[in-house]
Design a binder for this molecule. Structure first.
Ligand code: FAD
Ligand code: AMP
Length: 478
């Protein structure tokens, strides 16, 4: 094995493995170091996303949604499916199989692209040096023309709710329950908390979500967040806002949680508790003292717009640097730095990164929302279209939600798109493209959309920006 590489990437999550593949495609001699290890001693690729994040959560969300559909919605469609039963263990086994297929697929991709995979824990020991300690404790030093740190993130733990095996768990533990808890508590109404809460709510748990903040999904457009809260409540999620958890205690087979809300101190008992209060960068021990890579106060590696750290030749990407903690953001940064290392000009548009909450219906957004526009003093016009007026939504039995477009009042340029509705995560790509291409709401309005599709709601929302939606009475006064 060569001990000198043009680029060594530390961490093989969606940031790191994508960066290593791109670097190899650009003609560089690339290696990726991964410490995650399988029972048979091989490196496990894919990081948080493939192993304990995006993919397993979506496998469970899809399966649990199908269960709810079969149990409650089929009848309405004229399908008799009596005695629909769930088998949680089988659902978990399917999820594990998908993860295994994908992580194995990444191993194949790395090999096919000529990336050297190194099992072990990587540490930057110099501006051009990485030390890797393997599973047996043996340390090897590699020379690197450039280094990309893609060490990712781990769940935040808070003092009031220390983890207790199988009872008080983080997101990883919540993907492993082998049966549905009767009473499930979720701390944190962020993306992960709502997704995991939805899975277990659909599978029969009584789910209570305790959220310290007063506002529900403050990063989402107000109208969309309000609609989402209403829909999730209708499904049985008991979302308590302004509820700050102050303590928890495992008593036998129960977890007693203390929290404070506007009425004072409260107590609630669950069978299991999921702590989803955010994630923090995983940078401990990745950089040796004296290398000079600066971290910020919250432990993120400090980088510029092109992911350069304070040391030339060392880059950092993904969850361990500022910005949204999203797989596709990590991957795009991975591509950008590989291109820069290969001598190309590259940059990213951080204003056009979509976010999706994979509840049912899905919530997806890109760009700014109406309240942000207002706070920034940008005059906007908006167009909204409800799925209740969409023929395809009716056919799909998915009439809940709406699409909303925010455009600059003067130039008509699209500034944001926010959707709550079935397949919102797929539809939001239109908003991303609109932002990337600098398109106007009129450009979307003049585009021909296939009928009948859910995306027609985006078309109608674009038409509604000027008060001309066809399938809705919305004429604006001139
Ligand atoms: P990671 O995926 O965390 O990968 C980092 C890798 O580096 C790990 O494999 C780790 O073992 C390795 N590593 C760390 N230190 C070292 C070292 N010193 N030496 C060697 N290896 C090291 N994002 C989305 O975009 N969509 C979703 O639907 C979504 N769902 C999620 C659901 C859940 C439950 C969770 C927890 C997260 C979800 N995310 C989602 C977030 C997403 O998983 C992360 O944003 C993404 O994985 C970040 O990628 P990364 O490459 O920066 O880091
Ligand atoms: P996110 O960072 O999007 O995953 O969301 C985590 C959520 O957890 C945030 O909305 C926080 O307000 C919430 N949170 C953090 N600490 C507590 C706490 N002690 N009690 C209730 N909610 C909390």
């Amino acid at each position: 094995m060569a001990d000198k590489f043009d680029v060594i990437v530390i961490g093989a999550g969606p940031g790191g493995y994508v960066s290593a593949i791109r670097a190899a495609q650009m003609g560089l001699n690339a290696a990726v170091v991964e410490k995650w290890i399988s029972d048979d001693g091989k490196p496990v690729f894919g990081g948080t996303c493939l192993n304990v994040g995006c993919i397993p959560s979506k496998a469970l969300l899809e399966a649990s949604h199908k269960f709810v559909e079969a149990k409650h919605d089929f009848d309405d469609m004229g399908i008799e499916a009596s005695d629909v039963q769930m088998d949680v263990k089988k659902m978990m086994a399917r999820k594990d199989k998908i993860v295994k297929n994908l992580t194995g697929g990444v191993a194949g991709l790395l090999k096919a692209n000529g990336v050297t995979a190194i099992q072990g824990t990587g540490k930057v020991t110099g501006a051009k040096q990485v030390e890797v300690t393997d599973k047996g404790g043996k340390a090897t030093t590699y020379d690197a023309g450039n280094i990309v740190i893609a060490a990712g993130s781990v769940p935040v733990e808070i003092p009031p709710t220390p983890l207790v095996d199988g009872m008080v768990v983080d997101s990883t533990g919540a993907l492993e329950f082998q049966e549905t808890p009767k009473r499930l508590g979720v701390i944190g109404a962020g993306i992960i908390g709502l997704e995991l809460g939805s899975v277990w709510n659909r599978l029969g748990a009584e789910v209570t979500v305790l959220e310290a903040m007063e506002d529900f999904l403050p990063m989402v457009d107000g109208a969309i967040a309000k609609e989402t809260q209403k829909l999730l409540k209708k499904q049985g999620l008991d979302i308590r806002l302004s509820a700050r958890v102050t303590g928890s205690e495992v008593k036998g087979k129960e977890v007693v949680v203390k929290y404070t809300d506007s009425k004072g101190d409260q107590e609630i008992t669950f069978d299991k508790l999921i702590v989803c209060v955010g994630r923090k960068p995983y940078t401990q021990g990745v950089i040796a003292e004296g290398v000079g890579v600066e971290l910020d106060q919250r432990g993120f590696i400090h980088v510029d717009d092109q992911c350069r750290t304070s040391v030339p030749g060392i880059y950092a990407i993904g969850d361990c640097v500022r910005g949204q903690m999203l797989a596709h953001k990590a991957s795009e940064e991975g591509v950008m730095v590989a291109d820069i290392i290969a001598g190309h000009k590259a940059e990213m548009n951080y204003d056009a990164i979509p976010s999706v909450i994979y509840t049912f219906p899905e919530v997806a957004w890109v760009g700014i929302n109406e309240q942000e526009a207002k706070a920034a003093g940008i005059e906007v016009k908006t167009g909204t279209f409800p799925f209740a007026a969409s023929g395809r939504a009716m056919a799909n039995n998915a009439t809940e939600g709406m699409a909303k477009i925010i455009a600059n009042a003067e130039t008509d340029r699209v500034l944001g798109m926010h959707i709550v509705g079935q397949h919102a995560g797929e539809m939001i790509a239109q908003g991303v493209i609109a932002l990337e291409f600098g398109s106007s709401a009129e450009d979307l309005a003049l585009t021909c959309y296939a009928h009948p599709t859910m995306s027609e709601a985006v078309h109608e929302a674009a038409l509604a920006v000027d008060g001309h939606a066809i399938h809705m009475a919305n004429r604006k006064k001139k």
